[in-house]
Design a binder for this molecule. Structure first.
Ligand code: FMN
Length: 210
């Protein structure tokens, strides 16, 4: 089983990465394979609502979104991490998540459905719960079981060294990794025991005007 961990920070080895590494280590200790995916620093446009993804099966922009969607096909779980930028996920992470979830869903792919996911946020001081709320919404929109830890998934600091001093944050990440491994194993055991995934229902879209 494999979990993809997304670093939505412009810093490839910064605070968000440090938190993801702790989750990763806990997953590895439970025998789960992992890969950290960097959203990076190249310009990451938002969704332009062109709907080309419905025809092409992928986003019209050739960037990290389609790259990640390919990897996601074979992944069993996901951790989406972002630094807090103005009490929200980073701009790059927001654009990445919008286009990733929209283009894959609209093109009929179900890369995330019923695969466990978790969000983590890294901040110097504040805005973590708003960021987690934002990131959790992609998962609850996409029928993903959201994995929790023993507090909200946040670390504090301006540097990786600061993060490692945040004893509670470090513990939250470690427990999150263990809990995600457990959920993955439960799902696998359930499938083996004949507990099939629930069938997908076609969405009823009532736009409040009809
Ligand atoms: C544009 C920008 C906005 C930020 N806004 C906030 C904020 O609202 N709250 C906060 O606590 N930290 C804020 N920070 C600090 C980062 O969230 C914090 O240093 C974080 O741990 C950096 O993680 P990283 O090393 O993975 O990028 C901001 C940083 C930047 C660059």
């Amino acid at each position: 089983m494999k979990v993809l961990l997304v670093n939505g920070s412009p810093h490839p080895r910064g605070c968000t990465y440090t938190a993801l590494k702790i989750v990763e280590e806990a997953l590895n200790n439970e025998g789960i394979e992992t890969e950290i995916f960097q959203v990076g620093i190249k310009p990451m446009t938002g969704c332009i609502a062109c709907m080309k993804c419905a025809e092409d099966g992928k986003c019209v922009f050739k960037d990290k979104v389609n790259e990640f969607a390919e990897l996601a096909k074979d992944a069993d779980g996901f951790v989406f991490g972002s630094p807090v930028h103005y009490a929200a996920a980073s701009g790059s992470m927001t654009s990445f998540m919008d286009r990733l979830f929209y283009s894959t869903y609209v093109s009929g792919q179900r890369l995330f459905r019923l695969k466990p996911g978790a969000a983590i946020a890294s901040a110097r001081r504040a805005g973590t719960t708003a960021t987690l709320d934002q990131l959790n919404k992609y998962m609850t929109w996409g029928e993903m079981p959201v994995v929790s830890s023993q507090y909200w998934n946040m670390v504090h600091g301006r540097t990786p060294e600061d993060v490692m001093k945040d004893e509670e944050g470090v513990q939250i990440m470690r427990v999150l990794g263990k809990n995600m491994a457990w959920v993955l194993k439960c799902k696998e055991a359930g499938l083996k025991a004949g507990i099939a995934l629930p069938e997908e229902e076609a969405r009823s879209l009532t736009d409040f005007i009809r």
